[in-house]
Design a protein around this ligand. Sequence first.
Ligand SMILES: NC(=O)c1ccc[n+]([C@@H]2O[C@H](COP(=O)([O-])OP(=O)(O)OC[C@H]3O[C@@H](n4cnc5c(N)ncnc54)[C@H](O)[C@@H]3O)[C@@H](O)[C@H]2O)c1
Length: 253
Amino acid sequence: MSTTEQRVAVVTGAARGIGAATAVRLAAEGRAVAVLDLDEAACADTVEKITAAGGRALAVGCDVSDSAQVDSAVARIADALGAPVILVNNAGVLRDNLLFKMSDSDWDTVMNVHLRGAFLMSRACQKHMVDARFGRIVNLSSSSALGNRGQANYAAAKAGMQGLTKTLAKELGKFGITANSVAPGFIATEMTAATAARVGMSFEDFSAAAATQIPVQRVGEPEDVAHAIAFFTGEQAGYVSGQVMYVAGGPLN
Ligand SMILES: NC(=O)c1ccc[n+]([C@@H]2O[C@H](COP(=O)([O-])OP(=O)(O)OC[C@H]3O[C@@H](n4cnc5c(N)ncnc54)[C@H](O)[C@@H]3O)[C@@H](O)[C@H]2O)c1
């Protein structure tokens, strides 16, 4: 790459939360960013933040679990911004329930968005990374990968993200491509706000209770996760691959 060429990053689930903070952070690091989410119009705020700061961004509507949509989104990104060589598989959903109440669709939806979505996006983008002999893939796992009550679907998907990451690292390393996983603990987003609502607590009380169990005594912000992702996607991070970084305010037992 010449020093004037700008790398293109794709961040899935970037309309809000961790994905939005990551898109803004990667743009601040000089990347052109495809802000991808289910609804293209919902990506406007993130795109606006990036362009207002002088960056380049493109809103892309795409369901990451749909193969045809993924292939056409990646083709569109390559045409409009350039070859996507940085991929952050961040799109996610929760369908929490105890096992005996978990429906087939609760299971399938979570598997499809996290695992199938990361697989489809990685497969579509790797061609561009292989051609460029450079690539950075970051997959969002979770502290729930270690097991969490009420999240049989999500815990399995997030543990699966770690297995996918390590396999991509092994298969793609020879092309200058790294794959790593970031596993957040409690991060204040609409996802954790929805969990608070589901258990009948105000988000403030829910977050305060969580903070008492976290060594740094606070919950995480989307920017805390974006910082870890920025490290893994950095030009100089080429010898760090197949790793899982927990971003949880302390070690997990
Ligand atoms: N918030 C936390 O505490 C926490 C902890 C650990 C891991 N994570 C993971 O981090 C990632 C981001 O979480 P968040 O808290 O920012 O969530 P969020 O709910 O605020 O944002 C998720 C985004 O993903 C998008 N999305 C959902 N399904 C999609 C699909 N099929 N195609 C494209 N986009 C889709 C949503 O529209 C939304 O904008 C998720 O993978 C989540 O599992 C979050």
